[in-house]
Design a protein. Structure first.
Length: 697
């Protein structure tokens, strides 16, 4: 029997249970292990499957357990900002028919992998064809003169002093390799500033070192770069950007890590064989026939996340790779591009190539021993040039960071998960992985509403503006999404890194050939007014397609009152009202971006909406009181929150009440929201030392 949406759901009647936050935190540590289907290709700000699963179950009054696999049977779930596809996969696991839309084709490519049905024997055959074609030719470019495997080459950026013309290697510290965890090993390796001999050092103890080859005694932290400036050997001090003068820096190999006896890592200086081998790769690149290589196309466009790269002189996406990388990646890319047909198996292998691109470019650096060696280009969500870059074999041995050799295993995990999904559940205060609570998510992908209607085993996933769809009126039961934030990472600026390759490889017939994934209709906007205008258009379309008793539910993470006010006003302008806000942990405690904030917060606010009807609005203080009860429930449940979490939650709760009043003065309500947030934070901070959490509540 088709399940219906209750008049008052669990999301609206109570608080999001603290247990969900604990499960979510557990998932967040190894997301790609717990939800492999949505990790075939890179996307940013991925939401946690555990959270969205609970949202979907609560929306229809269903419980976790054996019956969950059919909890959404007969219902249509739609995500207008589908991103990595979390909503689509979780809704499919619960039996829903799913519709996903995103304005960025790289996001759509990611979603498609999470749902597509693969013939895995065909995946293996196609992978073997690519391996036979390129592996040997790539591996011979990553060896020593004695035939040993080179795991990584270390490179340093070089700039020219504008006053004297001397070259300056942009070292800050001459220690280039050490263990990622100091307590496990204090061994490190430095490069001699004069001859680049490798010098063993004790990290945390040694401040100087002596080269065993040329006897130079040098300070380990005595590199020529301090902050944003460099100093040449003659004492001329120049900003690095000025020295580059709009040209991307040259890079010089100075060390390598060699695989010895099959498992040991040994650091050595670069020798003539290494230089000649790189020159050979450069010649192979230069002599490649037209079409022999897949080469990234396009130029960087100015933007928040491309500014640093452009300032360093990077103008073309091809400049993000050295000659050997371009040749090797180009060979793999061409082999994938030329695979026969246009089936989902070929598409999966091309999509998985994105991980290799992410970990094999001159913006990558060394993370350290004892962990995945490569710190990828997107480790801090911007295109930040590295002074010390790391180069590895793009095919890679088993287990190597981002090596294409690991693709088959990654796709196998995703394939198994899609056929028999697993979920995280709490058993006797322990988080365990359980099966049998979800349906298979494998779907045939279609590109129109009518084809979805005609094919019960399909999913409708397309690239396009969510403000204009072919979905009929009143035909969607649940809109569940995670909209972009107006002042945060601009995904299209980053996605162009992948698009520069994908447009040449054409993973599926509908993949666009545009120069950039940027679009004038993107909701993400640095200006509040622009964000509000664009997202209002999407909410209006959602209200049109949403059934009269349907729900629109989304998570939102925003630290500024102006962002929350714009969001809530956009809902009101679209004929929607907020019936509840809930809190859930969405970030791990060690998130670097959170620690960098003045008041870091880990929570997302889950916003529940219905079509507007006559409903009494709470006063700002009443709204704050309700929010603080939710905060208290989480803290009592053992969830660690901070002042930033409280401030965000109260702002959202107070401003949400404005959606119930068509005549709301949003400027005045925003002032009330700030005042109530300040008061709530003061009470919360007192409660940390033993006071009551809510005064007079």
């Amino acid at each position: 029997m088709r399940r219906t949406i209750p008049q008052v759901t669990a999301l609206e009647a109570g608080h999001f249970p603290a247990a969900v936050s604990h499960l979510a935190e557990h998932e967040s540590w190894r997301r790609e292990i717990h939800r492999p289907a949505t990790y075939v290709h890179k996307w940013w700000a991925r939401r946690l499957g555990t959270v969205f699963r609970r949202i979907l179950l609560d929306a229809v009054g269903a419980d976790e357990g054996q019956g969950a696999a059919t909890a959404l049977d007969g219902l249509v779930a739609y995500d207008p900002f589908a991103g990595s596809g979390t909503t689509l996969v979780e809704a499919a696991k619960l039996g829903a028919r799913v519709v996903g839309r995103d304005i960025n084709p790289v996001a759509t490519l990611t979603q498609r992998q999470g749902l597509a049905a693969w013939d895995f024997d065909q995946v293996k055959r196609l992978f073997a064809a690519v391996e036979d074609q390129v592996r040997t030719d790539i591996e011979v470019l990553f060896v020593t003169a004695r035939g040993e495997r080179v795991m990584h080459y270390f490179w340093v950026a070089v700039a020219t002093c504008p006053e004297c013309g001397d070259e300056v290697e942009l070292f800050t510290n001459y220690v280039f390799a050490k263990h990622a965890v100091r307590s496990r090993s204090d061994r490190g390796h430095a490069t001699c500033p004069s001859c680049h001999y490798v010098v063993p050092v004790t990290v945390g103890t040694d401040t100087t070192a002596t080269c065993r080859r040329c006897d130079l005694h040098f300070e380990l932290a005595g590199g020529p770069v301090r902050g944003k400036t460099m100093t040449c050997a003659r004492g001329h001090c120049t900003p690095v950007i000025a020295a580059l003068a709009g040209r991307a820096p040259q890079r010089r190999m100075f060390a390598k890590a060699v695989r010895v006896d099959g498992r040991l890592r040994e650091y050595r200086p670069i020798d003539d064989f290494d230089l000649n081998l790189y020159d050979r790769a450069s010649k192979l690149l230069a002599d490649a026939a037209a079409g022999e290589l897949a080469i990234p196309e396009g130029t960087l466009e100015h933007g928040s996340n491309t500014a640093q790269a452009i300032n360093w002189g990077y103008r073309y996406w091809a400049q993000f790779f050295n000659d050997r990388q371009l040749y090797c990646l180009g060979r793999i890319g061409a082999a994938l591009r030329d695979l026969p047909g246009d089936g989902p198996e070929r598409e999966a292998l091309i999509a998985a190539f994105g991980k290799t691109l992410e970990h094999h470019n001159v913006f990558c650096s060394f993370k350290g021993e004892g962990t995945g060696a490569v710190r990828s280009i997107f480790h801090n969500h911007v295109l930040r040039p590295e002074r010390l870059s790391l180069e590895g074999d793009p095919w890679g041995e088993k287990g190597a960071s981002g090596g294409y050799s690991g693709t088959l295993e990654r796709l196998r995990r995703a394939h198994v998960y899609k056929q028999q999904p697993t979920d995280l559940v709490s058993v006797s205060a322990r988080v365990v992985t359980a099966s049998g609570f979800s349906s298979s998510v494998e779907r045939r992908l279609v590109d129109s509403w009518q084809r979805l209607v005609d094919d019960p085993g399909s999913a409708y996933v397309v690239t396009g503006d969510a403000a204009c769809t072919d979905i009929p009126d009143l035909s969607v039961d649940l809109v569940v999404t995670d909209p972009p934030y107006f002042d945060n990472v601009h995904y299209s600026e980053l996605a162009d890194f992948f698009h520069a390759w994908m447009r040449t490889m054409r993973p599926h017939p509908a993949y666009p050939q545009c120069d950039s994934t940027r679009d004038a209709r993107e909701v993400q906007n640095t200006a509040v007014a622009g964000f509000q205008t664009m997202i209002s258009d999407v909410w209006r379309e959602c209200a049109r397609v949403l059934s009269d008793n349907g729900l629109l539910i989304f998570s939102f993470h925003q630290s500024q009152t102006s962002g929350w006010a714009a969001l809530m006003e956009s809902l009101a302008n679209s004929g929607l009202m907020v019936t509840a806000t809930n809190l859930v942990v969405a970030e791990v405690t060690t998130s670097l971006t959170k620690h960098a904030a003045a008041e870091p917060n880990r929570v997302d606010v889950i916003v529940v909406c219905r079509k507007r009807s006559a409903q009494h609005a709470l006063t700002p203080h009443q709204a704050r009181t309700r929010v603080m009860r939710a905060v208290g429930a989480l803290t009592t449940g053992g969830v660690l929150l901070g002042a930033g979490d409280v401030r965000t939650a109260v702002r959202a709760g107070v401003l949400a009440e404005g959606t119930k009043d068509p005549e709301m003065d949003w400027t005045e309500l925003a002032r009330y929201a700030d005042a109530e947030a300040d008061s709530a934070v003061a009470v919360f901070e007192r409660s940390v030392t033993g006071g009551a959490l809510e005064d007079g509540a």
